[in-house]
Every structure is written in C-alpha cells, then in structure tokens.
Design a protein around this ligand. Structure first.
Ligand code: HEM
Length: 436
C-alpha cells in the first residue's frame, strides 16, 4: 500500500506549475504539458496567469461551437473603448466578438478567399510560386527555405489580391514580420510593430484615397466601398483591415509551408518519396501538419456565464485558453496521436469547413478554429501551401536536408508574437527541372 508520503508525491507529480507555460522548454515542446493537461487537468485553473486552460478535443469543439457562452470580444462594442487603439494592427475584426460588426466585416472579404473567386485567383498564386522558385539556388544547389521562399510567398499573394503595387512587395515582407512580432508581450516588439504599422499606414493612405475615387477590381477597393446601413469603414478601419490581412494571411501560411517541408525532410523522410511520386498527397501533408503541430496552437475566449465542465465551474467573465495544439493530439480521438502520418485514416483529410463536422464521420484538425470565427483564409491557405510545395518538389531534383540534425519547430519567445515553425530550413538538391 502506498504511504501518505508516496501518495502526496504522486499527487504533486501530476500538478502543473503555471510557470511551465512561460518556460523556453514549453515554446519548443509543449506536448508533454498538453498530455498532462488532458489526462489530469482537462479544465485547468491557472491562478498565476488568472485564466482557465482547455485541452481535450471535444471540449475545445464545444467551446468553439458555443458562441453564446464564450466570446472573443474583450470590449463592449457600444462602450467607451475606441476599437483598434490598443491593437498593433489598428482596428480589425480580431477585436470583435460575435455581433453585427463582426458579421459585416467577415462578409466584406470572406467570399474573396473561397469558391470561384479563389479559382480565378489561382493563376496568380501559381505565377508567384514560379517566380520565387526560379530564383532559388541560382549560385549553389542549396537554399534556405524560410527566408528565401516561405516568408516571401504568401505575403506577395495577399498583397497582389489586395491590389497593392508589386514593386513594393519587399516592403510588405518587412512590415508584416514586425506587425506579427508586435502581437507578443515584449515592449520592444510592440514598439517596432507600431512603428511598422504607422509607416505602412502612411504608405497606404494615398492608395486608399485613389481607390476611393476610382475603384479597381481588387480587394482593397472592395473593403473601401463596402457599406453597412449606408456607412463605409473609416480610413483607420480600412488601414487596420489591410494590416490584418497582410499579417494573418502572410505569417500563418508561410509557417505552414516551412512546417510541411520540415516534416517531410526530418519527421517522415520515409514517407517523402510517396509524396514526391504522388503530389496530390501534399494536401494530406497540409492536413496532418495542421493536426500534428499546427501553426497556431492557442486561441482565447471569455466566458459570458458560469460553465460547468468535468466537475469544475469556470466563473463568468473568466479568460479561457483553448489549446488547439493539445486537442489535436488527444488520444481519445486519434490513434497514435504523436505520430505524423500522411496516410492517417482517422482524420478528415479533405477541405475544412466551419462547423468541423464531416460527412465521412472523421474528426477534422482544429488548426483553423471552428464556428463563428473560423479562419476566413482556410481555403486559400491550403491552396497556396499545396501549390507552393508541389511546384517546389517538382522543380528540385533530389531535395534533401543540408544538415543531418535540426533543432526542430518552435514557437517564438513569449515576448514576440508569431507562430510555430522552424527558424531555418536549409535544403540541398542536385539540379532544377523546368516546371510544366
Ligand atoms: C495555415 C494558415 C492559417 C492558419 C493556421 C490560420 C489560423 C486561424 C485561426 C486558428 C483562426 C481562428 C481565430 C479564432 O477562433 O478566434 C483564424 C481566423 C482568421 N483568419 Fe486565419 N489562418 C491561416 C490563414 C489565413 C489566411 C490566408 C487569411 C487571409 C488571407 C486568414 C485570415 C483570417 C481572419 C481574417 C480570421 C478572423 C476570422 C473571424 O474572426 O471571424 N487566415 N485563422
């Protein structure tokens, strides 16, 4: 029989010290903590940070689906807070919970990123991928994927969709990286983010004025001329929307591409030949990456009423952290959740949808969220990532890692915003083929 002392030690071993969330080890490998959360603390009250943590798949699903019980909005839409005044992007949809303003903002742009509009835009995505691939490894048969390709590609795609001048794309690359870093807690990153935003805003103003007078067939013109009850967005709201789209559309998709290559080169090199042989499998690589170690691991909500869950009660007005990255590894839902498998048969592998419910009965990944705030760029991100990876793999002869060892995927330090990815990914190859 266990002694009282042994029982106490076993109990203490299961406890989570909230400071673990801030440790560099957690930024690199959060999965051990996630498992302890799922197993022993499915509703974890983190008293140190004054928040509650949810980590199991179906609990996360229920939080996302219950927008009357959990809100993303921190401020009252009719209260004294001036929206955008505290956000590094300026006024933008991410500050809103569910309501008329949020619905309207979604409607202004959502249609551009799906369906026929997206199909019509695919040639542009294709063209930008080819242009960048052309430049890779011109001097030597090697290149660094993150800097030379993935950070360059999605930002050029979204700025093109917005109708911003192609000649200024290099400036958008610098701006979006500073904006994203500014989402973190570090004062210096915030200051740099705000400086980048102000510079970008100054740059955008004459363009917005020109499109106000003479609209074009681009997303910026659509944002400018959209109306709700006869009212358009003001100048700051337009600029905030552009900043959000450049940052949300750029940073996430760039990390997705780098992560997909990382997994093929280092996590599952044994499955890489099958993907090279059958490029349609890049779509599975995308889906499994969004489950195994998604670009975005966490979202926040606030309770609008008391919530009972697993015998605990979360009070009204509490901050709730939803760990998508933990739910995606829930062993109650996925077999061998810690194995990356392109051929996984217990995950919905096709296109995502907002409700997270699929006809094949299989659970989907949680990496785009679910419900009212479901990612608006989900279909475009998938297309971009798959097109880019397919072209890259077709163009490179025998692509392989330059270094046998790699430090792996990690989150940036907590003082800087941003998402999970390898910091660098060197690829070497034996030559380039012309793309068909
Ligand atoms: C792999 C790439 C991407 C990932 C992992 C990602 C992830 C996410 C997640 C998790 C959310 C849910 C936020 C919440 O529940 O509060 C979200 C929302 C959003 N995403 Fe994405 N995203 C990606 C690509 C894109 C792209 C390409 C765009 C646009 C061009 C975009 C625009 C947005 C916007 C505007 C929202 C807010 C929607 C709302 O609040 O209603 N995202 N994204």
């Amino acid at each position: 029989m266990a002694t009282a002392e042994e029982k106490m030690r076993a109990f203490l071993r299961k406890q989570i010290d909230p400071r673990e969330f801030d440790a560099p080890e957690f930024q690199k490998d959060p999965f051990q903590v996630y498992k302890r959360l799922r197993d022993d603390h499915p509703v974890f009250h983190d008293r140190f940070h004054n928040r509650w943590v949810i980590s199991r798949y179906w609990d996360i699903d229920s939080v996302f689906q219950s927008s009357e019980a959990y809100t993303r909005g921190i401020y009252d839409e009719n209260g004294p807070y001036k929206f955008g005044s505290k956000h590094v992007f300026g006024p933008n949809i991410l500050e809103y919970g569910v309501g008329d303003r949020h619905r309207w903002m979604r409607n202004v742009v959502a249609g551009q990123f799906v369906g026929q509009k997206l199909q019509d835009f695919l040639p542009v995505i294709d063209m930008i991928a080819r242009e960048l691939i052309e430049k890779l490894g011109q001097e030597r048969n090697e290149f660094e994927l993150v800097d030379e390709f993935s950070t360059q590609f999605p930002i050029r795609v979204i700025s093109n969709m917005l109708g911003l001048p192609r000649s200024d794309e290099d400036r958008f690359v610098d701006w979006y990286q500073a904006l994203i870093a500014g989402l973190g807690f570090g004062g210096e990153h915030l200051a740099r983010g705000v400086a980048a935003r102000n510079e970008m805003w100054e740059y955008l103003e004459p363009l917005i004025e020109a499109r106000t007078r003479e609209p074009g067939d681009d997303l910026l013109s659509r944002i400018i001329h959209a109306e709700l009850d006869g009212k358009r967005m003001d100048m700051d709201e337009i600029k905030g929307f552009v900043a959000l789209l450049l940052a949300a559309g750029g940073d996430t998709t760039d990390k997705a591409i780098a992560n997909m290559w990382f997994h093929m080169l280092y996590t599952r090199p044994d499955q890489f030949p099958a993907v090279q042989e059958n490029p349609e499998l890049w779509s599975n690589v995308f889906t499994e990456m969004m489950r195994y170690d998604p670009v975005v691991h966490m979202q926040m909500r606030r309770t609008t009423k008391e919530i009972e869950m697993h015998g605990d009660v979360i009070p009204r007005g509490a901050m709730v952290l939803i760990y998508l990255g933990a739910g995606n590894r829930d062993e109650r839902v996925f077999k061998d959740p810690d194995t990356f498998d392109v051929f996984r048969d217990d995950l919905h592998m096709g296109r995502e949808n907002r409700s997270g419910r699929y006809k094949d009965g299989k659970p989907g990944h949680l990496g785009f969220g679910i419900g009212q705030h479901f990612c608006m760029g989900y279909a475009m991100a998938r297309q971009e990532a798959v097109i880019a990876c397919t072209h890259l793999a077709n163009a490179l002869v025998n692509p392989r890692p330059k270094f046998a060892e790699h430090p792996g995927i990690s989150s940036p330090s907590i003082d800087s915003g941003g998402f999970r990815s390898p910091q660098e990914l060197w690829i070497t190859f034996d030559g380039k083929r012309a793309l068909a």
